[in-house]
Design a protein around this ligand. Sequence first.
Ligand code: ZN
Length: 356
Amino acid sequence: MRGSFKIAEVAGISIKMHVTFLLLILIFGKWFFFVLAVFFFVTIHELAHSLVAKKFGITVKEITLLPIGGVASMAKMPEKPYQEFFIAIAGPLTNIAIIIIFYFPLKWLIGNEIFFGAFRSFFTGYMPKLAVLPFVICQVYWINLILAAFNLLPAFPMDGGRILRSILAQKYGFQRATKIAVNFGHIFALLFGYIGLMHGRIILLVIAIFIYMAASSEELMVDVKATLKKFRVKDILPSQFLTLPFDATLSKVLELIFHSHQEDFPVMDETDKMIGFITRGDVINGIHQHGIAGKVSSIMRTNVPKVSEYKTLDEVQNIMQSNELKALPVLKNDKVIGVITTDDISRVYSMMSKRR
Ligand code: ZN
């Protein structure tokens, strides 16, 4: 996410803090350390989602901490409803596990009065004059219960909403289940917004707007996927394309980019076999490094995934997203038959959505 900086890395996942997070210092002042402690558990919650996602083969690039909570960015959506179910439930379950594990030790160490007083304080604003530190520790502990409960509300795309969608998807299919879950998300967003306005809780208002927009954008994404599933690469593959010999110079490639509409090229050896792939970004970086006399073979990618013409467009889009590429070579019997790009794919979607 833009405007965020890395603060840690766990199991190959970067944990980043968004600059707006620092607003919390302004809002909470000396309570900022309390906020940090809360976000420690938010991070554990997001890590639980991420680790389960990784188990299902979904890459998690980063976890971003925003003032309203954490967001784990996954390279693609889970394909099977049961995967979404387990990924979604892992977060709240982790908070519940923390509540259970520390319940008796904390209660015994700190005593019933402060232990339960800290929980009630969320609703009454009560603050003791003595034993402030044990009290705050208990508040941070109880935050886990609030995190679990709040996230389990069926306000899509919050965890409870995802759990709801995964259950509905078994019966109604993914697209219809999403529509229903998004409606729930919108209703909750309006409710949160109303409560936020009535009680002057800005953060609740921000969460409401966030949920509303995130629900709508997931609905659009699911619609796009459903449309793209109906088409295969061969249905839209441009019939004309250019390839590069491995000894071409970067100035030659630049010329080709300007004269054609193509920006990404398969690189061929003397026997006309593909040995690499080069994107516009690679060419620009290559010119910075080697100058325009640099050779294609020294900067080409050799491990680009190849797709067959029978792949559906949503599969191709997944491959592009998880490899952070905007174009892929299409091969048939080991021979390059074209290049498919994100532009080709989005053109299909915009055509199909206009027709409706
Ligand atoms: Zn969650």
